[in-house]
Design a binder for this molecule. Structure first.
Ligand code: BES
Ligand code: MN
Ligand code: ZN
Length: 506
């Protein structure tokens, strides 16, 4: 059923021909990347020569400026075996980053994937870093996949074969695996909520785990009761789809041998994801407008699953644990109510002021379970608050931390792959806002101001002082409209930064 994480060779559809001459390859299209004013350098110069100076002439006429993400298709170009040469702009050479290359490749691929193509050649530029090649390969493989799960006539068709030239084979393999992760997260987010609910999401986790060699544990309701996960159980009670908690483990750094203290064997990195497969708001019901896209409320869970799968496929040398809390927030007869007091797994009591602030209640228990693994650091991903979208807009993820160096490392990884993030403050004064008259804490702040921060402050209560960064992806996880580089829908936000972080900046 799923198509991700195929073995490295065979039908995967992305191949590398490091030394092939692009103009002599039999293909539907050749894609070449063009920096501003760059027709006489690198890969563009080679194709300019092959086409008898066509690029130079078009540049002189002002038709080929190399503006960022601009696609210029040159049909039936002379000297070229392929049917067309697609020139995609990179913008100013001095501003070229791995993130720009990712989007440029995705833009070109999305453009070409509007019709079926059996063979498409991408020409990497010899001046690119390995990381830039990797991200270009990933971008091309993400851009050709659309939002077509439920369409009789797909708007995008994956290329039969993508051929990368002038690229190191290892970089092409890594880029392909990164794209499979991003596309996995996108597919899960795009699934209709009646198809993707806690148990079916857990089944997806099991499929991915089997394919990538992750260990998996799935906690059903009885197990959640035994483990006192009353937060997850409370939020899940309004739905006929019972909640689940998934734990995934990957050991890339090996075991430290018997007789070692437990801490020596502890995971280096823990990832936690909010997996609300649909958020109606519960009894604090959302209006229709705000509810329409709430199938995306499991984007954090999808991103951490996809990152773990990619980290395992890349065989990165770290130990990883992942916790995913899966619930559907509904209004059924047993639904949790305003005024309820929930004793979370950690023992902290939570007074419910708004059943639409459900993500933090679910994460309270998942964070507590993961804290027990004694990881060196925890990163949680959640479509947690509309307030974060108000603060930062739709494209920027909010960062919140109790440990600046943990947060800085994640921000650097995000920057390295071109995903925008911005840190918000965690002043102790905000803690006043989640004090409750009847319980230890309440699940909303006083009023709506600073709502992204009071939510993060709530989560902080459950990480027990372990270095932790919370990423609020309510904005970037889902895009209602299409962009030049991607069709609307799930974006796979934060998958690439998490993989980059796990590589430790090599
Ligand atoms: N899942 C929503 C947050 C959200 C909003 C995600 C928009 C993606 C796009 C979350 O569960 C929620 O409803 N939060 C409330 C919190 C409030 C009741 C304190 C919100 O943001 O309004
Ligand atoms: Mn909600
Ligand atoms: Zn939610």
């Amino acid at each position: 059923m799923t198509r991700e994480f195929l073995p490295p060779t065979g039908s995967a559809g992305i191949v590398c021909e490091p030394t092939a001459r692009p103009h002599s390859i039999d293909a539907d299209a050749v894609v070449v990347f063009l920096p501003e004013g760059g027709v006489n350098t690198g890969a563009a110069a080679e194709l300019d020569a092959a086409t008898g100076g066509m690029l130079t002439r078009l540049a002189a006429a002002g038709e080929l400026a190399g503006r960022r993400y601009e696609c210029v298709p040159l049909l039936a170009a002379p000297g070229l075996r392929a049917g067309q040469l697609l020139v995609v702009g990179l913008g100013k050479r001095e501003d070229l980053t791995a993130g720009v290359v990712y989007r440029a490749a995705a833009t070109a691929a999305r453009h070409l994937a509007s019709r079926p193509r059996s063979r498409v050649v991408f020409v990497a530029d010899g001046s690119w870093t390995t990381k830039q090649v990797e991200q270009a390969v990933a971008g091309a493989a993400v851009g050709m996949v659309g939002q077509d799960l439920y369409r009789a006539e797909p708007k995008r068709t994956r290329f039969g074969t993508t051929i990368w030239t002038a690229a190191p084979v290892e970089a092409v393999d890594r880029g392909r695996l990164i794209a499979e992760g991003v596309n996995l997260a996108r597919r899960l987010v795009n699934m209709a909520p009646d198809d993707l609910y806690p148990q079916s999401f857990a089944d997806e986790c099991a499929t991915v785990a089997g394919r990538t060699g992750l260990d998996i544990e799935i906690w059903d309701e009885d197990h959640l009761v035994r483990e006192r996960c009353n937060g997850i159980l409370a939020v899940g009670r309004g739905s006929i789809r019972p909640p689940r908690l998934v734990i995934l483990r990957y050991r890339g750094a090996g075991r430290t041998g018997q007789g070692q203290p437990a801490a020596a064997d502890a995971p280096h990195l823990a990832l936690v994801g909010k997996g609300v497969t649909f958020d109606s708001g519960g009894l604090s019901l959302k209006p229709s407008d705000g509810m329409l896209t709430m199938k995306c409320d499991m984007s954090g869970a999808a991103a951490v699953l996809a990152a773990a799968a990619t980290i395992a496929s890349l065989r990165l040398p770290i130990n990883l644990v992942v916790g995913i809390g899966l619930v559907e927030n509904m209004t059924g007869p047993a639904a949790y109510k305003l005024g309820d007091v929930i004793r979370a797994r950690s023992g902290t009591t939570i007074e419910v002021h708004n059943t639409d602030a459900e993500g933090r209640i679910v994460l309270a228990d998942v964070l507590d379970v993961i804290r027990g693994e004694q990881p060196h650091q925890i990163i949680d991903l959640a479509t947690l608050t509309g307030a974060c979208v108000v603060a930062l807009g739709q494209d920027v993820a909010g960062l919140f931390t109790n440990d600046q160096s943990c947060c800085d490392a994640l921000a650097a990884a995000a920057r390295a792959v071109g995903e925008p993030v911005w840190q918000l403050p965690m002043y102790p004064d905000y803690d006043e806002q989640i004090k409750s008259e009847v319980a230890d804490i309440k699940n909303v702040g006083d009023g709506r101001w600073g709502g992204a921060i009071t939510a993060a402050k709530f989560l902080e209560r459950f990480v027990g002082g372990i270095p932790w960064t919370h990423v609020d992806i309510a904005g970037p996880a889902f895009s209602e409209k299409s962009r030049p580089w991607t069709d609307g829908g799930g974006t796979g936000a934060m998958v690439r930064p998490l993989v980059e972080l796990a590589r430790g900046g090599e």
